[in-house]
Design a protein around this ligand. Structure first.
Ligand code: ZN
Length: 320
């Protein structure tokens, strides 16, 4: 199952007061109902792939409306195992009960009966606004698996409903963005922290925890990568320095022989030749008594100087 689907399972189980339940159902229908017209009838339909959501919505409506609507499960012709659920409000003009139920949540057939007309739906209580946001996500929301990327999206079919939903989000200081794509009004959030805040508002606490875990894991992975990169860079520096030091030592050896170096320098030169991949502090630890990193550095600098001087002398000889 997808991450979105898991969140919806969780949201359906959220326990809330009667006032909130009404706001939640209103949101599901206001954001999700579509107008369908066939030769024989005009229908307001809610379609979802989420079986639990369709049953939940249907049960909630049935608590109020005794006659109608009807619920169907349909296998899609393309994907055989894939089922789509449909809740149909039929014969709206003849069914007062359905009509007044919908009217109460601000939904009517428009005057020429060729579409849906939305009326204002006012909510005052914080608890109900929260529930409305939850209903909207159940109906038209999705969230990509945070392992891949952070992307929360709600696809509205109507500008009024999208604006209304966004204003409810802003009431909770959430930071949604909006874009129009084809015939959809899309509200989205891409920031990890903002998505977490949204999940908190709508009551998806398990999803929130999961998202936080993924975020922590990602952060740790990044940190480890940073450390590894840093160590790789240091190692490179050590190796490059060592290659040069070995060059100096070999040059001295070829010109005057290592034996002619003072004992302290001779010792470090030998160790360097034998341990080309050791760091300065590692070389220091091989000496007795142990020498600090800067002490080793000091001696190697002296060797460098001697080598440079020898080279210079040779050049001078050649030019004389
Ligand atoms: Zn409430």
């Amino acid at each position: 199952m997808s991450f979105s689907s898991d969140i919806k399972d969780e949201l359906i189980r959220v326990d809330c007061k009667q006032c909130c339940k009404k706001a939640e159902i209103a949101a599901i229908l206001r954001t999700g109902l579509i107008f369908r017209k066939t030769k024989r009838k005009k229908t307001l339909t809610f379609i979802t792939e989420h079986g639990l959501l369709s049953r939940y919505l249907y049960t909630q409506i049935k608590n109020v409306v005794k006659k109608g609507p009807e619920i169907y499960g349909q296998k899609t012709p393309r994907l055989k195992k894939h089922v789509v659920y449909r809740i149909d409000f039929n014969n709206l003009l003849d069914n007062d009960e359905q009509r007044s139920f919908l009217k109460e949540i601000g939904i009517c057939l428009d005057a020429d009966r060729e579409g849906i007309e939305y009326h204002r739906y006012d909510l005052e209580d914080r608890c109900c606004i929260r529930a409305y946001l939850r209903g909207g996500f159940l109906s038209v929301g999705s969230l990509t698996n945070p392992d891949k990327s952070y992307h929360l999206e709600l696809n509205f079919q109507n500008k009024i409903i999208q604006t209304e939903y966004m204003s409810f989000m802003e009431y909770f200081n959430l930071k949604p963005k909006h874009i129009t794509r084809k015939s959809y009004e899309i509200v989205y959030i891409k920031e990890g922290q903002d998505i977490v805040d949204y999940l908190n508002v709508i009551g998806a606490h398990n999803a929130l925890m999961e998202m936080e875990n993924v975020r922590i894991m990602k952060e740790m992975r990044n940190q480890v990568n940073r450390i590894v990169n840093c160590e790789t860079a240091n190692l490179e520096k050590t190796v490059n320095a060592s290659v040069k030091q070995v060059e100096y030592i070999k040059y001295i050896d070829s010109v005057i022989g290592l034996e002619s170096l003072p004992p302290a320098l001779k010792e470090i030169a030998r160790l360097r030749l034998e341990n080309t991949d050791a760091s300065l502090s590692e070389l220091g630890k091989m000496l007795s008594p142990v020498l600090s990193k800067s002490g080793v550095n000091h001696r190697l600098r002296k060797i460098e100087k001697i080598s440079e001087n020898l080279k210079q002398r040779n050049i001078n000889k050649e030019t004389v």
